[in-house]
Write a protein that binds this ligand. Structure first.
Ligand SMILES: Cc1cc2nc3c(=O)[nH]c(=O)nc-3n(C[C@H](O)[C@H](O)[C@H](O)COP(=O)(O)O)c2cc1C
Length: 317
């Protein structure tokens, strides 16, 4: 975790985050999910303000437009706002762009109490994780789907549960297509190997799901792709959500990431597990094809799956 404290105010004044408060903010941001666990942001605190800046990185083969770092940034921003609320401040957020990179200035404007939902989600920050394995076969508890949709709803962002065999098949077709494209792309495979190097800081080598939707999240050249109808069956057995935005600007990617994190934390607070998948949707033909098949007018940005975690085997997490 790295938090820079700007020197201008020395950090000691009454109108500043204390060192302990800055550490809380840094820890919250550090817990956010990010593409290949890269944490593509920098946090600086000064006065009652926290500045989050996207860190420049090399364009990834699977994501030439840099969508994933911005979605990750949105998740970190959501965590930062929750943490500021937890310190007893109302947070005002101003997002912007510095060249191609997204930025956010979050200011604690006045003392304020967090809502119950904010408290619940903030307490779940450190417990959230990516569950890429099978779920328990039981259905989500009644009402959970609506709660998760509410958690992610934000201006310009909506969620839609995949429902019924036709929609499941539509998702399966899109994922199967994308997985074949990535599996045949040697440069993508090289990057994935780097990110899963046990000595590196990327995803854990056990991050590859074995069955169903999880199995097509990160596709290596060895991944056995399930056949479309089998994949569609598995999708129907899981609670799969597509998160969409009304437009497709960098700010929309940030919004999608913040919304994703709210839903993920809400699920975590209810002892549910989740994982996210964006890479198939980096292919424009997959975004438009999926939108068409599902009759969406908005842009699909990411897929999430939720479920009751099956007992993890020793060492699995
Ligand atoms: C924008 C974004 C894209 C991601 N894409 C994938 C993906 O396609 N497949 C996958 O298995 N995990 C994906 N992840 C999950 C990250 O790998 C994971 O959050 C990170 O390794 C940290 O692990 P944790 O979530 O268990 O804390 C993505 C996360 C983010 C924020």
């Amino acid at each position: 975790m790295s938090v820079t404290r700007a020197l201008a105010d020395g950090g000691h004044g009454q109108d500043s985050w204390s060192a302990a408060e800055s550490a809380v903010l840094g820890e919250a941001v550090h817990c956010a999910p990010s593409v290949h666990n890269t944490r593509p942001w920098e946090l600086t605190v000064h006065g009652r303000t926290a500045e989050l800046r996207e860190r420049p990185g090399l364009p990834a083969q699977h994501d030439p437009e840099g969508r994933d770092p911005r979605i990750s940034f949105g998740a970190a921003l959501a965590n930062l706002v929750l943490a500021i609320g937890g310190l007893g401040w109302a947070a005002e957020v101003a997002t912007g762009l510095a060249g191609d990179l997204v930025t956010a200035t979050v200011t604690g404007t006045h003392r304020s109490r967090p809502t119950d939902a904010e408290n619940r989600r903030r307490r779940a920050l450190a417990d959230r994780w990516s569950h890429r394995h099978a779920f328990d076969r039981r259905e989500l508890p009644e009402g959970t789907r609506d709660v998760l949709l509410d958690a992610l709803a934000a201006p310009g962002v909506t969620g839609r549960w995949i429902s019924g065999p036709d929609e499941a098949l539509a998702v399966a077709r899109s994922l199967d297509y994308a997985a074949r494209v990535f599996r045949g792309n040697t440069e993508y495979q090289r990057e994935l190997t780097l990110w899963t190097n046990p000595r590196g800081h990327g995803v854990r080598p056990d991050a590859f799901g074995a069955v169903g939707l999880a199995a097509v999240g990160l596709t290596t050249s060895r991944t056995r792709l399930p056949d479309e109808s089998l994949l569609a069956d598995r999708i129907q057995q899981e609670a799969v959500l597509v998160v969409t935005t009304s437009a497709d600007t960098p700010q929309d990617h940030v919004r999608a990431g913040a919304a994703m994190e709210q839903a993920w934390l809400e699920a975590t607070s209810r002892d549910l597990a989740a994982s996210v998948m964006t890479q198939p949707l980096h292919l424009e033909e997959v975004r438009t094809g999926l939108a068409q098949r599902l009759g969406l007018t908005a842009v699909p940005q990411l897929l999430m799956r939720f479920g009751l975690p099956a007992e993890p085997e020793v060492g699995e997490r």
